[in-house]
Ligand binder design. Sequence first.
Ligand SMILES: NC(=O)c1ccc[n+]([C@@H]2O[C@H](COP(=O)([O-])OP(=O)(O)OC[C@H]3O[C@@H](n4cnc5c(N)ncnc54)[C@H](O)[C@@H]3O)[C@@H](O)[C@H]2O)c1
Length: 448
Amino acid sequence: MSTEKQNSGTIASQLKEKIRNRTANVAVIGLGYVGLPLAVEKAKVGFRVLGVDQNPKRVDMLNRGENYIDDVKDEELKDIVEKGLLTSSTSFDCLTEADLIVICVPTPLTPNFDPDISYIRNVCNEIAPRLRRGHLVTLESTTYPGTTEDVILPILERSGLKVGEDFFLAFSPERVDPGNKRYTTKNTSKVVGGVTPACLDVAVTFYEQTIINVVPVSSPAVAEMTKVFENTYRAINIALVNEIMLLCDRMGLDVWEVIDAAATKPFGIHTFYPGPGVGGHCIPIDPFYLTWRARQFDFHTRFIELAGEINIQATYHVIDVVSRALNKVGKCFNGSKILVLGAAYKKDISDVRESPALKVIDLLKKEFAEVSYHDPYVPVINAIEPYDWAMESVKLTAEELQKYDCVVIVTDHSCLDYEWIVENAKLVVDTRNATKNVKNNREKIVKI
Ligand SMILES: NC(=O)c1ccc[n+]([C@@H]2O[C@H](COP(=O)([O-])OP(=O)(O)OC[C@H]3O[C@@H](n4cnc5c(N)ncnc54)[C@H](O)[C@@H]3O)[C@@H](O)[C@H]2O)c1
C-alpha cells in the first residue's frame, strides 16, 4: 500500500474515532429550519456544535439560548447553550476548530426560475481557505444532481488538499417535514453519497450517531437526484389531485368524497389531497432545479412543467370559487370583506415562504376586496417580494367572524375550532376540507 493511501486511511480512522467518542466538533452553517434542528440533535448526543449564520439577530438569539424555529424545543435549546454545547457566530473562523462541517444554506430560484446556488458557492469560498486535513464537509441543502462534485469540490480543492485523502466530502439531503410529530430527524432514514468510498465511510459514521437508519448510495449525484425526485414526486401527485379537483368542480362532483373512496383501495394508490396550491421552500422550488439541470442534457421534464402550471392554476381556482360563492349570495368582490384563515403554507407551522395564502390575499386585494387574515402561528405578514403589502393577523372572535362576507380557509391549522367558525361566519370557502367534521350549518360551506 502506498504511504499516501496509508495516511488517508489513518486520517479517516482518526476522524471516525473522534466521531464515535464525540470529541469531534461539528460546525453547522445556516441555522434555519434545517440547520438549527440539526445542530440541536448533534449537541444533544454530546458533540460540541459551532453554529455559523450570516444573520446577526439569529446568532445573538441563539447565544442567549432563545429559539426561533418551531421544531426546536425551547428548553432543549436553552439547555445545550447553557452547557456550552452550542455556540454561534457570524464568522467562519470557528471552522478551524471544527472536524465536521455541515452546510444548510438556502437554495432558492432566481426570478427566472433558475437554481440560485450562490449561497452554497459563498459558503464554500469561506470554507476553502480554512479547510485542513481531516475535515468532513457535507452538504444538506437541496440542489440539482452534480452540485457537490461539479461546484463544491473544485472550490474546496483550491486549498491544495485532495478529496478522499486529505479531506472528505459528501451530500446528504435533509428530509425534515416541519411540524411532523411522528417523523423527526432521528427516525427519518438519511441518504448519503460520498465523493469517494472513504468520504462515504466517514459520512455514514457521522450520520449514524444521530439517525436510526442511514442509507449509503454510490455517489453524491445519486443522493442529490433522490432528494429532488422525492419532492418532484410530491409536486406531481399534488398536481394530479388538483387537476382532478378542477375536473370534479366542472362536473359537479365532490373531489374529497372521490379521494376518500379511492383511499379505501389497499394497494396501488397513495393518497394526496388537493388544495389552494403548493408552498414552502421545497415543493414549489426543487423540481425546477431538476428541470434546469435536465436542459443541460438536452432533456425536457414535461411532467414537472405541467405540475407547476396546474399547482399555480389551483390558487387561481380558489379566487373563482370565492367569486361564485359571493355571487350566489348577491355579492361581488369589490368592497366585500373577506377573512383569509391561515397564512402559513401548511398546517400547524409558521412558515409563509411561497405560501399560496399570500397569493390568495394578493389576488383578492386586486379584485378590490377588503382582506384581513387570521393565523395563530403568523402574527404578522411582512411585505415579501413580489407583494407590496404587509398585514397583521386579526383576533378571531365571534363578532370579528360576523363582520365578513366570506371566510376563506387556506390553511387547516388543527387548533382552530371549525364548528365554531362556521357557526359564526356568514359564508365559508374551504380549500382544505378542514370543515369535514363540522356537523351544523353545512349550507354555509363551499368546498373547492
Ligand atoms: N425547510 C424545509 O422544510 C426543508 C426540508 C428539507 C430540505 N430543505 C433544504 O435545506 C436548505 C435550507 O433550507 P432552510 O429551510 O433551512 O432555510 P432557512 O432560510 O430557514 O435557513 C437558512 C439559513 O442560512 C443562513 N445563511 C444564508 N446564507 C448564509 C451564508 N452565506 N453564511 C451563513 N449563513 C447563511 C440564513 O441566514 C438562514 O438562517 C435548502 O436547500 C432547502 O431546500 C429545507
